[in-house]
Ligand binder design. Sequence first.
Ligand SMILES: Cc1cc2nc3c(=O)[nH]c(=O)nc-3n(C[C@H](O)[C@H](O)[C@H](O)COP(=O)(O)OP(=O)(O)OC[C@H]3O[C@@H](n4cnc5c(N)ncnc54)[C@H](O)[C@@H]3O)c2cc1C
Ligand code: FES
Length: 272
Amino acid sequence: MSTPSSSLLTVLDLVPFGQTGPEHRFFALRLSRPDWPDWNRWRPGQFVMVRPLSFGLEIPWARPFGICHMTARHLICFFQVHGRGTQRMAKLVPGDEVRVWGPLGNGFAMEEDTPTLLLAGGMGIVPFVGYVNRHPQPWNLTMLFGHREPLGCYPVDSINERIPVDTLREPESGDLDDFLFSLQERIRDNAEQHGLVLACGPRPFLLTVQQLAARFGARAQLSLENRMACGVGACLGCVTRTTAAWPVAATRETPVQVCTQGPVFWANQVEL
Ligand SMILES: Cc1cc2nc3c(=O)[nH]c(=O)nc-3n(C[C@H](O)[C@H](O)[C@H](O)COP(=O)(O)OP(=O)(O)OC[C@H]3O[C@@H](n4cnc5c(N)ncnc54)[C@H](O)[C@@H]3O)c2cc1C
Ligand code: FES
C-alpha cells in the first residue's frame, strides 16, 4: 500500500452534473495532480481527505472522498452536496487551493481473469470510474447501478465507454423490488461462476449485498462510508465491528478503524 502524503493542490475546474432543483448538487472537482512520491500506485477504492483553504477556522475537519480518477495531469473527485463542507466545496473556483491527504485506505481487489460484478448505489459509483478505467481486462466486468436522482447527475458516461452499465432508477424508497430482484439474480450468477462481487453505496444497500452474498456463497467486498474526522487512524471516529472471520486474531470480533483497515472489507468479515 502507498504511504499517505499531504499536498496543497489547485482547483482546475468544478463541473456541475445534472440538475435536481434550483441549485446544482453534483460536481466533478478536478485538482492539480498531487506530488506524492508514489501517486501512480493508488488503487481504486482508496480515498482522499479534502480540505479547501476556504474552510478557514469554521470547518476544522477535512472531508473524505473516493478517488474517482488520478492521472499524471490531475486528480478527480466527484461529490454530492450534503452538509456544510460540501456546500462550501460547491463554491470552489479555478485557482482556489485545497489541502489533500492521500491515497488513504486499501482499495478493491482486482483479479484480471475473474468475472467481477460491480454494484453501485448512488454516489457509490465513484470508485468504479477508476476501477473500470484501470482494469486490464474490462470484458470481465459487469455493472449494476441503482440510483434515485436522474442518471445525468452521476459520472456514468466514462464507465459506459468501457463496459455496459445496467441502470435502475428507484425514485422512491418503497420502489426497491425491481432493484432487489436484479441484485439477487446477479449475485447468484456471479457466485455460480466463482466470481467476485464489489459493492459501494449506502449502508442499507451494502447490508442487502452482504446478506445475498452470504446466501449464495459469493465472494464479496464492501466499501464502507462511515463518518470520518481525521481519516488516518488517529480519532477512532470511524470504527466498525469485525466478525469471527476477520484474519487478525488480536482484533477479531472487536471494532477496527474503517479509514486505515478499510474502507473496503470482505463482506463476511465485518458487521454492518
Ligand atoms: C471512504 C469514503 C469515501 C467517500 N466518497 C465520497 C464520494 O466520492 N463522493 C461523495 O459525494 N461523498 C463521498 N463520501 C461521503 C462524504 O464524505 C460526505 O458526504 C461528506 O463528508 C459530507 O460532508 P459535509 O460537510 O457536507 O456534511 P456534514 O454532515 O456537515 O459533515 C459533518 C461531518 O460528518 C462527516 N460525514 C458526513 N456524512 C458522511 C458520510 N456519508 N461519510 C463519511 N463522513 C461523513 C464529515 O466528514 C464531517 O466530518 C465518502 C465517505 C467516505 C467515508
Ligand atoms: S477517521 Fe479518525 S480514526 Fe478513522
